[in-house]
Design a protein around this ligand. Sequence first.
Ligand SMILES: C[S@@+](CC[C@H](N)C(=O)[O-])C[C@H]1O[C@@H](n2cnc3c(N)ncnc32)[C@H](O)[C@@H]1O
Length: 234
Amino acid sequence: MDYTNMSAYYDVIMTSGYYDYPGIVDSLLSHRPVQNVIEIGCGTGLILEEIAKREPSIRLKGIDLTQAMLDIAAQRLKDYKNIELSCQNVVDFELHEQFDVAYSYGGVWYFVIDGDKEPFMVSHIADHALNVRGLHQLAQHLKPQGQLLLGIQGPHFDYEKTISNGMTYAQEIIPSDIGFVKHYHLLDQQKEVMAQTVNYRTYSFQDAQEMLGVHGIGYVSKDPGGKFLRFQKR
Ligand SMILES: C[S@@+](CC[C@H](N)C(=O)[O-])C[C@H]1O[C@@H](n2cnc3c(N)ncnc32)[C@H](O)[C@@H]1O
């Protein structure tokens, strides 16, 4: 799913409390020692920057299919020589390298956990066959014993709120045959300045585990910080 429409507003929405970036990186860095890490769907590079600031020796790569998001990331990360960005779709990406840790937070695949209910996986990729291909590509890029960390989010619901630049962010969730559709809007004095719709596919926890299990990637645990579900390749 292309994020060009949202790219110019992405940082102000996200840094108005949408994601807890320092908490995400606390969780990521509890999986050490690691030499190299890849983020799938790195967007504007907010997580990569936080890792690089704290751990300058880890080699970091970020892939994303939206060039407009990567342009912002490239600007943000220009002083970090240990980070490489690449405009690729996870469905057929190729980096000729295997990683100790691959993670995705809100990008491509993540899990929703609603109270005591079983987690379910959400994918930015609506087509099932493309999800299978993407997970295959991802598995090829993990070292044996490598870790796959997929972000956890709470249940999605409709809301609107004022963000730090005074604009109003609103989101609306509509169930669909394959999962749900999410409409995002940004309003400046009642005038719509950005709108984006994403068609998400969802998978039960069992289906997600089977799709990963085909590649020898098994579920390990939920991170203590509650930010990621951790999987490991055999
Ligand atoms: C909600 S943003 C998350 C960005 C970043 N992880 C963060 O935490 O700020 C989702 C990102 O996933 C990217 N994305 C969606 N589908 C993708 C795919 N098939 N391959 C690569 N990137 C994808 C989008 O372009 C977008 O930048």
